[in-house]
Design a protein around this ligand. Structure first.
Ligand code: MBD
Ligand code: FE
Length: 283
C-alpha cells in the first residue's frame, strides 16, 4: 500500500473535481432554462423529498444530520462525485433516447480536457514504475453507415492499477493514463495501456460515509473512459468494462450496459488484447 504521505484523500479528489467542473462550465457557458421548467422540475424534486420525510417520519435529529452532511459535501467538493455516482445515469438514459450508434454511459467526475494528442498507434503516458497487466486496446471508429472515420479523436482516461486517476490523486503525475488518440486513414487506433483496477468511492469523505451508513458497497467495476469525437458527428461519451469483472452487476453508479463489455484475450506474452469498434451518428 501507499505511504501516509502518498495516501490520497477524499478532499483531494473532491476539491479537484469541483475545480475542473467549474472550469468546464466557464467554457461551455450556463444553460438558459425557462422559469416554467425550473418550477416544474424543482417542484417534483421537492415533492420527492417531502414524500420521503412524511413516509419515513423523519425526525429533527435526522433532518439536522442531513443538513450537516450536505454542508460537508459542499465543503469537501464532493458534489460532482455524489451527483455523478447517484444521478448522472438517469440523465444519460434520457439523452441516450435520441442517440444512435455506440451506446453511451456517464462521464463521471474525472474527465480532464486538453490531454496529450497521440497518433493512431499510441502508448498512454505512464510512470516508469506503472503497475498493472499490459492491455492493448484496438478498434475502429466508423460512421453509422460503416464508413471509417479518419482523424477521429479517441479521448481516453482511466484509473491506474490501484484505482486512482491522475489529476485527482496527488501522488499520480499529471496526464498519467490519459490521452487523445487520433485515428488513422482507416479509422483505426491501437492503444497500449494497462488494465485499470475497480474504483472505490473514497471512504473518508461524505459520499463514502453515506454509503457506509447505508450498508452499501462503494465500488465501480474496472473501466476505461472514452469520449469519441469526429467532425460533423455527435460525440459519444462512454465507458468500457471487462467481462467477468468484479462489481459488473452491482456498479454503485449504475452505469454498466451489456453492450459495453470488453472480452480481452491474454496470449502467452501475458498481454491482454481487446477490441471494440465505435459508430457515430451525424451531428
Ligand atoms: C468514477 O471513476 C467514475 O467513473 C464515476 C462515474 C464516478 C466516480 C468515479
Ligand atoms: Fe471512472
Amino acid at each position: 500500500m501507499s505511504t501516509i504521505q502518498d495516501s490520497p484523500t477524499a478532499a483531494d479528489s473532491g476539491a479537484s473535481a469541483s475545480k475542473s467542473f467549474k472550469a468546464s462550465l466557464a467554457e461551455r457557458g450556463a444553460a438558459a432554462i425557462s422559469a416554467e421548467r425550473v418550477a416544474a422540475v424543482v417542484t417534483a424534486v421537492l415533492r420527492g423529498i417531502h414524500e420521503a420525510v412524511s413516509e419515513y417520519q423523519v425526525t429533527y435529529p435526522e433532518y439536522q444530520a442531513a443538513k450537516a452532511w450536505m454542508i460537508e459535501v459542499g465543503e469537501t467538493g464532493e458534489w460532482p462525485l455524489f451527483l455523478d455516482v447517484f444521478v448522472e445515469h438517469v440523465v444519460e438514459e434520457v439523452a441516450s433516447r435520441t442517440q444512435h450508434g455506440t451506446k453511451g454511459t456517464i462521464e463521471g467526475p474525472y474527465y480532464l480536457p486538453a490531454q496529450a494528442r497521440l497518433g493512431a498507434r499510441a502508448s498512454l503516458p505512464r510512470r516508469p514504475s506503472e503497475k498493472g497487466t499490459p492491455l492493448i486496446f484496438t478498434g475502429q471508429v466508423r460512421d453509422i453507415d460503416g464508413t471509417p472515420l479518419a482523424g477521429a479523436e479517441v479521448d481516453t482516461w482511466q484509473a491506474d492499477a490501484d484505482g486512482y486517476y491522475s489529476g485527482f490523486a496527488p501522488h499520480v503525475p499529471e496526464g498519467n493514463l490519459r490521452g487523445v488518440v487520433v485515428t488513422g486513414q482507416d479509422g483505426r487506433f491501437e492503444i497500449d495501456t494497462i488494465q485499470p483496477a475497480p474504483y472505490q468511492i473514497p471512504h473518508d469523505g461524505p459520499t463514502g460515509k453515506l454509503i457506509e451508513a447505508a450498508g452499501w458497497h462503494p465500488w465501480r467495476p474496472a473501466h476505461l473512459h472514452l469520449m469519441i469525437r469526429a467532425k460533423r458527428h455527435r460525440t459519444i461519451t462512454t465507458q468500457l468494462y471487462f467481462t467477468d469483472g468484479e462489481w459488473l452487476d452491482s456498479d454503485i453508479a449504475q452505469a454498466t450496459k451489456p453492450e459495453l463489455i470488453l472480452n480481452p484475450k491474454t496470449d502467452s506474452d501475458s498481454v491482454a488484447r481487446a477490441e471494440y469498434d465505435f459508430q457515430l451518428e451525424p451531428a
